[in-house]
Design a protein around this ligand. Structure first.
Ligand code: ADP
Length: 396
């Protein structure tokens, strides 16, 4: 029997590798297998994979020695090969956080391109190297395999120059020190579904709130990113689960000079000990904070909402008005309370939510007479990567 084609999408982080297998059925790309290995570099690594119907397709644990990225990837390759059934893998698409100035669109990952992307590790030291590790493993195991890199920065690459600029001298900005923006694959996916929500939105002024462990907002005009809250790094903008968001740069100088903190200690503070976790002292998880009666949990959520409200105002100014507000990612998709509070913070712009629709998790959650429509749209970064990978494969 002839085998049907499939695309694998790989999303490798610092301590986990996730994969999804997409079948190619005409224009559709249905997922048929998903899995992940978590706990890399710990004594508690765990692999689990699920079929589409939720059945467990495989599971394994490791304690010692800890798994590294290469070992984890080799396990996943072996597992996938044993579970392809009537499929054959045509290509692999990878999520890569940073494309720098040079990569404004998805790219085929040959050896030379990977080497160039490795030079961007200083721009995203906590992610870029991990994103590229599985590409290296696949180059070693299957040199002929068609691999594609899709960048979190690419959707923002054509923002107006003013939206990308810092008020710094050229001798600094010449090093590539500018605003890049992240979560681009999520925003690109949302932009791709806007016309199906309302044909007018394809040309409209939209703010998308990607509220997950990482959180940012993007201003989209006629389907293109024109501004976003994340900047040079993914620690900028909104407070997040454990990241602080925008901070007066003078605070960093104070930490260095007066508190004698090292750059690594400051990095850990700003990326891993701040945000919802830092303010509450309880948890980075919105569910835990919403369920808590502790005033510190309340303060963390209130600050999150306040910052979102202010940034919505800022992006509405960049857009010159607002036609729609879209919520996505873990908190945006699942927390009616948070959406209600953000809706109230944006009421002055003409956002009026329909509370029954908001509670029910409907797609459109704004009142019929709301000047600005509001929506909940589940994001799908993996599908976006699969689409790009298929497109580059077809063009090869
Ligand atoms: P990541 O950025 O890691 O992909 P997610 O998009 O999965 O994160 O979002 C994780 C966040 O979503 C967590 O703060 C979690 O508490 C929150 N979340 C998930 N489900 C709910 C829910 N039902 N109510 C409130 N928050 C939720």
């Amino acid at each position: 029997m002839a085998k049907s084609n499939a695309i694998t999408v790989v999303n490798a982080g610092s301590s986990s590798i996730k994969f999804s297998l997409f079948g190619e059925e005409g224009d559709d790309l249905p997922v048929f297998l998903k899995g992940q290995i978590e706990g890399l570099y710990t004594a508690n690594a765990h692999f689990i994979a699920h079929e589409l119907d939720g059945r467990v397709a495989g599971e394994q644990r490791w304690s010692n020695p800890p798994l590294d990225h290469d070992q984890a990837m080799r396990h996943l390759i072996g597992f996938v090969q044993g579970h392809l059934g009537e499929h054959r893998i045509e290509a692999v698409g990878h999520r890569i956080v940073h494309g720098g100035d040079a990569f404004a669109a998805p790219v085929v990952l040959d050896e030379e391109t990977v080497a160039r992307l490795e030079t961007l590790i200083p721009l995203a030291p906590l992610h870029q190297g991990h994103n590229l590790a599985p590409v290296r493993t696949l180059h070693a195991v299957a040199p002929q395999l068609f691999q594609v890199g899709c960048f979190d920065t690419a959707f923002h690459a054509n923002q107006p120059p003013l939206a990308q600029a810092f008020a710094l001298p050229a001798r600094i900005t010449d090093h590539g020190v500018r605003r890049y923006g992240f979560h681009g694959l999520s925003y690109e996916y949302i932009a791709s579904v806007l016309p199906s929500l309302d044909p007018a939105l394809g040309q409209g002024r939209v703010i998308v709130a990607h509220l997950g462990n990482g959180a940012s907002l993007c201003a989209i005009k006629a389907g293109r990113s024109i501004a976003s809250t994340m900047g040079f790094t993914a620690v900028d903008g909104l407070p997040m689960g454990t990241r602080c968001g925008s901070l007066d740069p003078g605070v960093v100088l104070y930490l260095l000079d007066q508190l004698k903190m090292t750059p690594r200690q400051i990095e850990h503070l700003l990326y891993s000990e701040s945000g919802l976790l830092g303010v509450s002292g309880i948890s980075s998880d919105m569910r835990t904070l919403e369920a808590s009666s502790d005033p510190r949990a309340r303060l963390a959520v209130d600050l999150f909402v306040y910052r979102i409200g202010r940034e919505i105002g800022s992006l509405a100014a960049a857009l010159g008005g607002l036609d729609a507000l879209v919520f996505t990612a873990g908190i945006g998709e699942h927390s009616p309370t948070l959406r209600r509070c953000v809706g109230q913070a944006a009421a002055w712009l003409g956002v009026a939510l329909d509370e029954a629709a908001n509670q029910s998790g409907a797609s459109r959650i704004s009142a019929p007479d709301s000047a600005v429509s509001a929506w909940v749209v589940p994001t799908d970064e993996e599908l976006m990567i699969a689409r790009h990978t298929r497109r580059l494969l077809a063009a090869a």
